[in-house]
Write a protein of this length. Sequence first.
Length: 85
Amino acid sequence: MALTLIESAKLALGRDETLKATVMELYAKASDLMQYLPFQDITGNSLVFNREQTLPSVGFRSLNEAYTEGSGTVDRVTEVLAIAG
């Protein structure tokens, strides 16, 4: 489940992890955008996800005619992660 930095800091304070909560709050206050971005815990040093290479096409049809199929392509991508800071 993805959490924002502020939500993660509140959870860390509840577990008496004051230093961790303080660092999270500093990151969140560094930029207005950072406090709204959701973050996700990941085990390991890489993240695998699907990325749409091409989108399906949109088609129109007349009454009582068959649909034309429009399919996109999806690529499996692996990103190597690094520690921020």
